[in-house]
Ligand binder design. Structure first.
Ligand code: SF4
Ligand code: SF4
Length: 353
């Protein structure tokens, strides 16, 4: 790994330069908040942000995506035979992604890229992406990344990590993909010899600034049937309106639905984000719904993120601590509180008579 130094003010210019070789996504200011957008056509990057309102998952996993189509016109050759949609998997780069959001791609990868099953749409987009992170200097009060298996300087999901230091940026080039991007951006000025200690100090300061936390250490020890059947869920779900906001903006939520839409004698198969918080998500063809009420849906969300996923994969919780679901839930449901209640849960002993 090598470290180069660049001027902070030159980052926006580098983003422009990179557009010759990549589709470049960066934070763009939209009214009072930022979101990752494809640069060009009037979209200018603005790196003066805490984090984006929506996560960056849509860059690999669009909210709605055409998968394949077939003609329904019998006069056409090969009618009623689905053909894959042509797609652009040319190199793309994301600049300024926060380390927690970058790490989230690798959590989601466990669902879309496995030895038994590969989602070609997700994997090709993921492989085309180079991730240039921007380490956090001032984490928000709702960020709890350091207790969610990541951190403000976590490099594990990144090809390059940018770290701010005054008016400069240190770029840690981590992977070959990162090296290729650094060369195209012209980032070559070697950092001074004391770069390692400057970066370590910045890391410790940023980690120390994360004061929020999530408590999950005892959840996998609970018996699933006991915590599932307990009455903790009535209270945790009480205010929920099943709007789905928490799942749509979460960088680690991956649920989707596939539907066929018929337009002009063509049928188009479309994959769209779905949410375990929606009543129709689990409804069967028979009309039976195994999660018929909001309590069962809220229970599913928290058990999946904090118990089922950790038990299945053994790599920690299905959450990177970005805090979006806390700040944007309209009724203030807080995953940290849910985790604490689950962590402290004890089954009620049966009466002995
Ligand atoms: S954002 Fe809040 S109210 Fe909406 S589904 Fe999620 S927990 Fe429920
Ligand atoms: S569950 Fe909430 S805090 Fe965790 S990654 Fe998703 S949106 Fe962020």
């Amino acid at each position: 790994m090598r470290v180069v130094k660049l001027a902070k003010k030159d980052l926006a210019q580098a983003a422009k330069k990179l557009q010759a070789a990549y589709k470049v996504f960066a934070p763009v200011k939209e009214r009072d908040f930022h979101n990752f957008r494809l640069l060009g056509e009037g979209k200018e990057p603005d790196f003066d942000f805490a984090n984006t309102r929506l996560s960056a998952k849509h860059i690999v996993y669009p909210q709605s995506e055409k998968m394949m189509r077939a003609s329904l016109d019998p006069s056409q050759e090969e009618h009623h035979i689905y053909k894959e949609e042509e797609k652009d998997y040319s190199p793309r780069a994301i600049l300024g992604i926060r380390p927690c959001d970058a790490k989230a791609y690798d959590l989601v990868r466990l669902n879309f890229d496995t030895p038994e099953y590969k989602d070609p749409y997700w994997t090709k987009s993921y492989e085309a992406l180079t991730r240039v992170g921007l380490a956090c200097t001032s984490p928000c009060s709702t960020c709890f990344c350091t207790t969610a298996g990541t951190g403000p300087h976590d490099e594990s999901g990144l090809d390059i990590m940018l770290v701010e230091e005054g008016e400069s940026l240190f770029a840690k080039i981590i992977t070959e993909k990162g090296e290729a991007l650094a060369q195209k951006a012209g980032w070559s000025a070697e950092a001074p010899e004391d770069a390692a200690s400057i970066l370590e100090k910045a890391k410790q300061a940023a980690e120390g600034a994360v004061t929020a936390k999530i408590e999950t250490d005892k959840i996998t020890q609970k018996k699933t049937v006991e915590i599932y059947d307990s009455n903790i869920w009535d209270d945790l779900a009480f205010a929920c309106i099943n709007c789905g906001t928490c799942t749509y903006l979460c960088p680690t939520c991956w649920c989707f639905d596939i539907q066929d839409e018929v337009v002009n004698k063509q049928t188009i198969r479309i994959k769209s984000w779905d949410s375990c918080m929606f009543p129709l998500f689990t409804i069967h063809g028979t009309g039976h719904n195994p999660r018929p009420n909001k309590v069962s849906r809220v229970r599913q969300r928290f058990l999946h993120k904090l118990k089922y996923y950790p038990e299945k994969y053994g790599i920690g919780i299905h959450c990177v601590g970005c805090g979006r679901c806390i700040t944007q839930c309209p009724v203030n449901i807080d995953i940290r509180r849910a985790a604490k209640v689950m962590n402290e849960f004890e089954p009620v002993e049966a009466c002995k008579v």
